[in-house]
Design a protein around this ligand. Structure first.
Ligand code: BGC
Length: 384
């Protein structure tokens, strides 16, 4: 079933669902988005203020921190108009700083892993910050997710959104070149959440930006996502070694638990005992999207919670999708709604270039040179 948001709202209104059930966003949705609202969320240890921006449009409510561009909450209605926050997070900045596994964050300068934190570009070898055993993960110890971004709100036509800027200086986390990153979060009148990434550099470098939302379409803290249905338009994936670094092979998904070309539940084959699953404790792999790199975002994955009817469709121009089944959530983190998060209580679908691309000549290049502009877009479409 694929009803769009306007149908749901109209249906809810026809069914006489009270305004309080749907919240104030419903009335706003018809006439365009609400102006983003800023409030104090907390303070860093050095006194720096962390703000939270609240946006609403087309029935989607988005809460974003200026720390790491973190999506602190994302609320969408189910088929009866009941809202739930479908993104894992914390209700305070201290937990984000101390222990977040990248909940909702913007990831850079290089999303995913780089083997031994090393790569060679134009004959020079760079040593990056290493934070995942011997490897570098999500930009190193102080990736883009752990910095304050400049945030400017906007309303443009029927869109509302935020423009986030972060400048990563030459040598930060070991990466060459001062990289100016600009990320635009837009909520459209249909309630879609669009992310436009841009970056420029003053020296040749590598870039791979992504967003690390942990999805649970039944609501964060509501239990496992193993019953969520998932499809991924990819006939191949990149198998990894025990450190989750791609071996370089583009293996066929056919006949393996990695085949999501036809919709199946996340849990159906997750215990198959495939060596790739055993070493990752579930799914934690990059799918090689059949469409490849495209000029415009194209649909690549659909996630659906059969209980609530909520759906998420992802469109991207990127060549890869990391599907991570929340394997390292272990019941030690207490989330926004006061519940602990256990293994498989959420999943991530990170649109990206392949992990460790700088060390694989057969993977699409992630090199950015002075004068070029890195540009990529991912669109999240919600329905029920
Ligand atoms: C990676 C996981 C990692 C997680 C950190 C994901 O993007 O694929 O291996 O544990 O991020 O939260």
């Amino acid at each position: 079933m694929e009803l769009n948001r306007r149908t749901v709202i109209a249906g809810a209104a026809a069914a006489g669902i009270a305004a309080t059930t749907l919240g104030t966003g419903t009335a706003q949705a018809a006439s365009g988005g609400k102006k983003p609202v800023k409030e104090l969320f907390g303070k860093l240890a050095d006194g720096t203020k962390v703000y939270r921006w609240s946006l609403e449009n087309g029935g989607t409510r988005l809460k974003v921190l200026n720390w790491g561009g973190v999506v602190q909450g994302l609320e969408i209605p189910d088929r009866r108009g009941h809202y739930a926050n479908v993104s894992l997070g914390f209700d305070n900045i201290e937990d984000y700083v101390a222990k977040t596994p990248y909940f909702g964050a913007l990831i850079g300068r290089y999303g995913n892993r780089i083997a031994k934190g090393q790569f060679t570009l134009d004959g020079k070898t760079y040593q990056l910050s290493v934070n995942d055993g011997v490897n570098s993960l999500h930009g190193g110890t102080q990736g883009f997710d752990k910095h304050i971004w400049d945030v400017e709100p906007f309303t443009k036509g029927s869109d509302v959104g935020l423009v986030l800027h972060y400048t990563s200086i030459d040598g930060e986390m070991g990466y060459p070149g001062t990289l100016k990153a600009k990320v635009t979060y837009t909520l459209t009148k249909h309630g879609d959440w669009r992310i436009d990434y841009e970056a420029t550099t003053d020296k040749a470098t590598v870039v791979n930006l992504t967003s690390h939302v942990y999805w649970n379409l039944a609501g964060e803290g509501s239990g496992t996502i193993e019953d969520h249905e998932l499809s991924i338009a990819a006939g191949r994936y990149t198998p990894t070694d025990t450190g989750l670094i791609p071996t370089g092979e583009l293996a066929k998904v056919a006949g393996t638990p990695f085949d999501f070309r036809k919709t199946k539940t996340v849990g159906r084959d997750i215990r198959d005992g495939h060596v790739q699953q055993v070493q990752a404790k579930g799914y934690d792999h990059n799918w090689v999207l059949d469409k490849g790199i495209t000029a415009k975002p194209e649909h690549v994955a659909t996630l659906r919670d059969p209980r609530s009817g909520r759906t998420l469709k992802i469109a991207t121009d990127q060549p890869g999708l990391q599907f991570y089944s929340g394997n390292f959530l272990d019941g030690t983190l207490t989330g926004t709604g006061g519940k602990t998060y256990r293994q498989g209580d959420a999943l991530c679908l990170e649109t990206q270039h392949f992990p460790d691309s700088p060390n694989h000549a057969n993977f699409p290049s992630t090199v950015l040179r002075p004068g070029q502009t890195y540009r990529t877009t991912t669109v999240h479409t919600f329905g029920c």
